[in-house]
Design a protein around this ligand. Structure first.
Ligand code: UD1
Length: 424
């Protein structure tokens, strides 16, 4: 086990580069199962979740090799597997994204049903309902979802709740279905658009990406393609917060500011100066403490739930009280208790947290409970007095590429060390 040890109080300065988006690369990799052949995927981040997806693809018969540091060649020639086992799906619930690709490409998918996770129950009922509407026979046996998709045909799929993974799975299944599919209340997240653009490059006929209604006209076959993954908006947002919290002055390269509108708006409300010049984001904070602000997490283009924990850290040292309303996941406030260990004044009532800003946080030993909670605690360590030790950082390695190196480049005092004291 490893931990991150942070000496707080350094103002961050300098330039940091953003990696490819975790939530975009996972469905993009899954999509290589739609059509056998050779793909080259660029801007692939080195993350634990990416390795898990490569392993899932490997079990399904694909061979993946790194062409250069961030370019992955995926060869699905002759790959005929259709079963994603429990051991891998339990490690990463996004493995469930192979469902749609296998249904479309192999006409059969047997995928372990993902369990709940640290932030909520996260069922996949809407994915399965959508697949049934497309003519799939969906069964369950011994914890596995078994999808038979011999008669895949277009249909209207109306999602009662906006779902990123659900939209991605239906998109992948529908591109090879007979006839037209309409997805209503589709997720508009940039990662869904990125997947859709890859599918278009493969010859899929899709309209309406990035809007709540997506039209897909099924085609007979697809062609493998090369695709570059979009930058990670959550990583970029996390660095923006780091710059603000430490009263720093940083430049963020290779981000897409248009994907960050809701986050930037809130950080400006907190007092940050954020501007864009030639594609580079410049972020600084001249106020001593941030101003209080409220957020309500919503599907894109609303404020992302994946940035909720990080901004809670900023609220915890604000001049006044802020309110967080989490509308996406039912249990995404676990970081509040750990933040309290650093002196934050956070009261959680159901899906809301009231954060009364304190003058400063004090370093302490804390434990990460999930990916974005780890980011929140690292951010807290950066602005706290004294030493903060964040244990269970395997969560952070799932979704942030080389976070301590990137923060170190900006002047943070942060080190990865062995953690003897914590059992997994
Ligand atoms: C994706 C992201 C995750 C992000 C989330 C919301 C990936 C790999 N992960 O997760 O980082 O936090 O979007 O932006 O892209 N729901 C159902 N039934 C379903 C599907 C979803 O009830 O069949 C619910 C979920 O429990 C949740 C809400 O819908 O409450 C949104 O979930 P969804 O958009 O599907 O999230 P993921 O795709 O799992």
């Amino acid at each position: 086990m490893e931990k991150l040890v942070i000496e707080g109080g350094e103002r961050l300065r300098g330039t940091v580069g953003i990696s490819g988006a975790k939530n975009a690369v996972l469905p993009v990799l899954a999509a290589t199962l739609l059509q056998q052949g050779v793909y080259e995927i660029g801007n692939v981040p080195h993350l634990k979740d990416v390795i898990t997806m490569i392993n899932v693809l490997g079990l399904l018969g694909a061979k993946s090799t790194w062409v250069d540091e961030h370019r992955l060649k995926v060869d699905t020639t002759g790959a005929e597997g259709f079963e994603a086992p429990y051991d891998l799906v339990k490690e990463m619930r996004a493995s469930v994204l192979v469902l749609g690709a296998l249904a479309g490409g192999r006409k059969r998918a047997v995928v372990s049903y993902p369990g709940g996770c640290a932030i909520g129950e996260r069922p996949i009922n809407l994915h399965l309902k959508g697949l049934s509407l497309l003519g799939c026979e969906v069964g369950m046996h011994e914890g596995y979802v078994d999808v038979r998709a011999e008669n895949l045909c277009g249909a209207k799929v109306h999602f009662e709740k906006s779902t990123v993974g659900g939209t991605e799975n239906i998109l992948m299944a529908a591109v090879l279905a007979k006839g037209e599919t309409v997805i209503e209340n589709a997720a508009m997240e940039p990662e869904v658009v990125d997947l859709g653009e890859m599918l278009q490059a493969m010859g899929a006929r899709i309209e309406g990406l990035g809007t709540p209604v997506i039209f897909i006209r099924g085609v007979e076959g697809l062609t493998p393609c090369n695709h570059d993954v979009i930058p990670d908006r959550i990583e970029a947002g996390t660095f923006l917060v780091a710059g603000g919290l430490t009263r720093g002055n940083i430049a963020i390269e290779n981000a897409n500011p248009s994907h960050l509108t809701a986050v930037i708006e809130k950080l400006r409300e907190a007092g940050m100066e954020i501007s864009e010049e030639n594609g580079v984001l410049h972020a600084s904070m001249s106020r001593k403490r941030p101003a209080a602000f409220d957020i309500r997490t919503l599907p894109y283009p609303g404020f992302p739930t994946d940035m909720q924990a990080q901004v809670m850290t900023m609220m915890s040292i604000a001049t006044g009280a802020s309110v967080v309303t989490e509308t996406i996941f039912e249990n995404r406030m676990m970081h509040a208790a750990e933040l309290r260990r650093l002196g934050a004044d956070v009261m959680v009532v159901g899906k809301q947290a009231i954060v009364r800003g304190v003058k400063a946080l004090q370093g302490a030993k804390v434990m990460a409970t999930d990916l974005r909670a780890s980011a929140c605690l690292i951010l807290a360590g950066l602005c706290a007095y004294g030493t903060t030790e964040v244990s269970r950082i395997y969560h952070i390695d799932r979704g942030y590429e080389a976070i301590e190196k990137k923060l170190g480049q900006l002047g943070a005092k942060i080190e990865r060390k062995k953690d003897e004291g914590v059992a997994p």
